[in-house]
Design a protein around this ligand. Structure first.
Ligand SMILES: C[S@@+](CC[C@H](N)C(=O)[O-])C[C@H]1O[C@@H](n2cnc3c(N)ncnc32)[C@H](O)[C@@H]1O
Length: 389
């Protein structure tokens, strides 16, 4: 990474802002993408205790602005890239920053080039809108759990927390201190807007089995901390629920979250969904949820460092892993049962191509949809509900 040495002397009164810029450049020189930027910044700030919360916020924002441009402007100096990201972000930079932007002669570039893999996108995705969305931080969303709407809206209003109602979801500022006002997991779940809309598939699934008398048997085979499982419980009512994930730490998180959510009746195990598992034996389910590991490309507006460090070989890695998970998990869908395939990817290979694989395995598509978030400050997801014929 180069820096531009031909910078004029800092204009008077802007010392604090230049210091923010220098601190951000220091972070960017050290950070290599091995861990999420948010973790790296947390450790960095912990080691530099002199910085107040306002300073930390400014420096973090500058770092994020830099990654939002991907590798489109690497011919510019590091400072110019940070400032260009700042100029293009949805938060107006303010007069001091505008002076610095002018001092660094930051060009007025357009977005094309931020996302160079347009030929690999799922068909329904608007490439230009997706590319623009990387410049903007998505909002924070809450899902109100059944029976809590009135209390939640009142608590937020009484506490003066600004929110917008968006269908069943609440849109808030990322800085909103939700945990101080609401019982997270009990009353509300922090869940992206598009992720909440996976309920569309669950509703459809429920409408497909109106006469089922026995408890609906569900296995969430890549459960993480249980976001989709809690959604399934809320949408489907009482279910016979099994959850698993390859990571022990995340299953521990899930158990804590389920406790808070009041979900007590379930089976949880640590397991690799690419392989048969003794805990599961030959169990059959009405619904298997495969919210598979993926490139996460539909969430890169929240984690733009992943956009910056992305290597298209990762698509190959993830499609192979997804295929193995599907090959193993389809065996546990009962005949006439359903599989809900979910990614937070924008790539066809991880989305439609995997659905084509499933249809070749004897599944038929009931519903398939890209849930776009790039046009509404949210994540982009792909979902497909399939029936085993
Ligand atoms: C997209 S996340 C799931 C998110 C989760 N369903 C939710 O709504 O919060 C994918 C999960 O798959 C898990 N995973 C990755 N490889 C796996 C494997 N081979 N078997 C089982 N789980 C796996 C990861 O640990 C990660 O938690």
């Amino acid at each position: 990474m180069s820096t531009d040495s031909s910078i004029p002397d800092p204009p008077k009164g802007l010392g604090r802002f230049y210091s923010y810029l220098n601190s951000a450049i220091n972070v960017l020189r050290k950070y290599k993408g091995a861990e999420p930027l948010a973790h790296f910044l947390k450790h960095h700030f912990a080691a530099h205790k002199k910085m107040g919360s306002k300073d930390r916020k400014q420096i973090a924002h500058l770092c994020y602005c830099y990654f939002r441009l991907g590798k489109a402007f690497t011919d510019l100096s590091l400072e110019q890239q940070v400032l260009l990201g700042l100029k293009k972000s949805d938060k107006a930079p303010g007069p001091e920053w505008n002076q610095i932007i002018a001092a660094y002669k930051v060009p007025d570039e357009a977005p094309p080039g931020i996302f160079p893999w347009k030929d690999k996108l799922s068909a329904a995705i608007d490439a230009a809108a997706l590319e623009r969305s990387f410049l903007i931080q998505p909002d924070l969303f809450l899902r109100i759990r059944p029976g809590n709407q009135e209390a939640v809206l009142k608590k937020l209003t009484d506490a003066g927390v600004a929110f917008e109602k968006e269908g069943a979801a609440l849109r808030l500022l990322n800085t909103a201190r939700v945990g101080e006002v609401l019982s997270v997991n009990k009353e509300v779940v922090v869940q992206d807007l598009s992720s909440q809309e996976i309920s569309f598939f669950l509703k459809h699934f429920k409408s497909e089995i109106p006469n089922q008398k026995s408890e609906i048997r569900v296995w969430d085979c890549c459960a993480a901390s249980g976001g989709k499982s809690i959604l399934a419980v809320d949408e489907l009512g009482v279910v016979d629920l099994t959850v698993s994930d390859i990571r022990a730490s995340i299953i521990a998180n899930l158990k804590e979250r389920f406790r808070e959510a009041g979900i007590n009746n379930y089976r949880a195990f640590i397991g690799d969904a690419t392989k048969p598992n003794d805990q599961l034996s030959n169990a059959l389910f009405d619904l298997v949820i495969t919210d598979v590991p993926c490139t996460g490309s539909g969430t890169w507006s929240r984690t733009p460092e992943q956009l910056f460090y992305f290597n298209p070989q990762q698509i190959v890695h993830y499609t192979k892993l997804q295929r193995s998970i599907l090959q193993n998990s389809v065996r546990h869908v009962k005949k006439g049962g359903y599989l809900l395939y979910i990614t937070c990817s924008v790539f066809k290979a991880e989305n439609e191509d995997q659905v084509a694989f499933l249809t070749a395995q004897g599944f038929e598509v009931v519903e398939q949809q890209v849930i776009t978030g790039y046009d509404r400050k949210a994540d982009t997801l792909f979902g497909a509900l399939l029936k085993k014929t």
